[in-house]
Design a protein around this ligand. Sequence first.
Ligand code: PEP
Ligand code: MN
Length: 337
Amino acid sequence: MIVVMKPGCADGDIDRIIERAHRLGLREHLSVGDERTIIGLIGDVHRVDVGAIEALPGVERVLRVGHPFKLASRAFHPEDTVVAVNGHSIGGERLAIIAGPCAVESEAGYLEAARLVKQAGADFLRGGAFKPRTSPYSFQGLRREGLRILARAREETGLPVVTEVMSPEDIPAVTEVADVLQVGARNMQNFALLAELGGCGKPVLLKRGLAASIEEWLMAAEYILANGNPRVILCERGIRTFEGYTRNTLDLSAVALAKTLTHLPVVADPSHGTGRADLVPRMCRAAVAAGSDGIMVEVHPNPAEALSDGPQSIRPDAFAELVATLRPLAAVVGRSL
Ligand code: PEP
Ligand code: MN
């Protein structure tokens, strides 16, 4: 971290920075020029509040040399992290295929969908019991009953379950059933939830916020890591842009870039990323080509009747076809399926 002092600042201003640095366990390297003094702060600067230093008298600017995230960074952990999930894994050579309806709507409907996606090649089931909906009048999910159905589907198919947790008080109940707890885009900066998930003992799939920068997304992951949970999977699910033809803009450059910035697995969700079932298969293939460690796809046996996200849900037969086309593609990019 570099602290650029104002020209002609007082000696006391420099001493104050050095004193502060020592209190934070850092060392300093002073570079005294004709006009300005520059102070290099050396050590674990992740805990330093840039704004607080910048507010000190005599300081012109503070520059961070590295990234503000530490545990999530590739510099800290050069090898890819492979998250183990109950006999399966996310982040290794094999692509993770996470599929299922947006929400758990009924026992019979969910079990049918679960069987169909398994048959088609999914290795994780998805489905929300707790649904974050823009309108309070929309279907909010079956909640505890939804969790019971997910547990049944997990037992019947043998597939691990990925499901959303919306608030800290639901973590114990969701943890009992889920193999991976999903943090939805709207909760990406719910810091109380993230911190609590640090102690849940299960992997967490962290969706990128609707308007979150890549750095904010990685800082959200850092919350979970810093609170004791090393099993974090990132999920790019599209961001808000000016474009109206798609629900969101699936940012595949974020997938490619995140893979360079972090060792954590990164998957893509073209269902929410586009909002359009017709685009989902092509964008899944694009995500794999971009280096995604897996895909999350909404699949519904009857999308026209879905209680949420029908327009972006593909049918089981289209999903089976998608998985078949991903196989040769995976091999081209050095992955397997
Ligand atoms: C979902 O996965 O159904 C969901 C609500 O996702 P997101 O948080 O990305 O909108
Ligand atoms: Mn959905």
